[in-house]
Design a protein around this ligand. Structure first.
Ligand code: COD
Ligand code: ZN
Ligand code: ZN
Length: 370
């Protein structure tokens, strides 16, 4: 058992408290990882606010980390102590029908199919003050040491800087893959990106790499525009600057609507707007944000009849164990610069300050260092 620091969420709506926790050794098929760096994603904030269905408290959040394998349980063969790894919030068992299908990445042996905040054997490896603490998405990266199923870690290049590539565990890969894999943006096309947080800006980067000739970035917070332009946006607009609905503005700007639109906010009404913003024949709207559970998207069926497509994406469509190591290699080869998303680097003890920066719209990504 290792004693170390972790950020525990004891109850909904309460700030995190940095505590000493006990982390049990990995059981068969599990890996114990020393987390070196972890980003703060909006989804962690949703968890703290109680907006994530099925989450039980107390819990250790965090799902955008990078670290080094400390020890492995019985039968683990794909990683060994000392390996650099990225924990995967979407695992890849490699055996289920969707892992075997080259077109899909939603593994059936995941916490998403069976919502619970314990490891697959339905027990926890974390205790604090005598209480069992829940895991988040099987990876809980807001802990100095965490125990993860083997098929939810990806071994990465030993040269990778962990304080930078942690973003590839969620935000960057989600947005970049939404453009490259899910929409399959074509060279010369037009794109609209709704929401310019870390994920939306990664969509902008993906559209740029795919060769889009026009990338229209949309946000109500104009402070996000400078970074969006730096990353490849050709136009930046705020819905607050127009009397008419933003889909009409985009349709006028482009003639018949964009080729690809992306909703990266997580609101039902912006999904509707994004869908109406792409062209009626070949337009593809990709829903990246998670809309509050129970809400309904209203869609005029005529929008779809002429050929438009509405689709969703989980972690950018990547088959995680196969693809995250390749993305790390592309990062090392400087094919993209996800470092530009990191606006703040903070010591782990300042985790709540990191959340305040996110809530105030002042940060894109804050990286916490242990
Ligand atoms: N119109 C335009 N922009 C808006 C609006 C609006 N009505 N409302 C908010 N915005 C802007 C905000 O100003 C902000 O800039 C941006 O939208 C949202 O950015 P962030 O920084 O809050 O969030 P991100 O980029 O870290 O994450 C956004 C997601 C929607 C991706 C996230 O909330 C989510 O739903 N995550 C789950 C999706 C997923 O699969 N993630 C992978 C595992 S987490
Ligand atoms: Zn995330
Ligand atoms: Zn699988």
């Amino acid at each position: 058992v290792i004693r170390c620091r972790a950020a525990v969420a004891w109850a909904v709506g309460k700030p995190l408290s940095v505590e000493e926790v006990e982390v049990a050794p990995p059981k068969a098929g599990e890996v114990r990882v020393k987390i070196v760096a972890t980003g703060i994603c909006r989804t962690d904030d949703h968890v703290l606010e109680g907006g994530f269905p099925g989450v039980e408290f107390p819990i250790i959040p965090g799902h955008e980390g990078a670290g080094i394998v400390e020890s492995v349980g019985e039968g683990v063969t794909s990683v060994k102590p000392g390996d650099k790894v990225i924990p995967l919030c979407l695992p890849q068992c490699g055996e289920c029908m969707f892992c075997l299908n080259p077109e899909s990445n939603y593994c059936l042996k995941s916490h998403l199919s069976e919502p619970q905040n314990l490891l697959p054997d339905k027990t926890s490896r974390f205790t604090c003050k005598g209480k069992q603490i829940h895991h988040l998405l099987w990876i809980s990266t807001f802990a100095e040491y965490t125990v993860i199923p083997e098929y939810a870690v990806a071994k990465i290049d030993a040269a990778a800087p962990l304080d930078k590539v942690c973003l590839l565990g969620c935000g960057f890969s989600t947005g970049y893959g939404a453009a490259i894999n899910t929409a399959k943006v074509k060279p010369g096309s037009t794109c609209a990106v709704f929401g310019l947080g870390g994920v939306g800006l990664s969509v902008v980067m993906g559209c740029k790499v795919a060769g889009a000739s026009r990338i229209i970035a949309i946000d109500i917070n104009k402070d996000k525009f400078a970074k969006a332009k730096e990353l490849g946006a050709t136009d930046c607009i705020s819905p607050h600057d127009f009397k008419k609905p933003i889909q009409e503005v985009l349709t006028e700007m482009t003639g018949h609507g964009v080729d690809y639109s992306f909703e990266v906010i997580g609101h039902a009404d912006t999904v509707t707007a994004a869908l109406a913003s792409c062209n009626m024949n070949t337009g593809v709207c990709v829903m990246v944000g998670v809309v509050a559970s129970g809400s309904v998207i209203s869609v005029d069926p005529m929008l779809l009849l002429s050929g438009r497509t509405l689709k969703g994406t989980l972690l950018g469509g990547w088959k995680t164990r196969d693809s995250i190591p390749k993305l790390v290699s592309s990062y090392l080869e400087k094919k993209f610069n996800s470092d530009l998303l990191i606006t703040h680097t903070l010591p782990f003890a300042k985790v709540n300050e990191g959340f305040e920066l996110l809530r105030a719209g002042k940060s894109i990504r804050s990286v916490l260092l242990f």
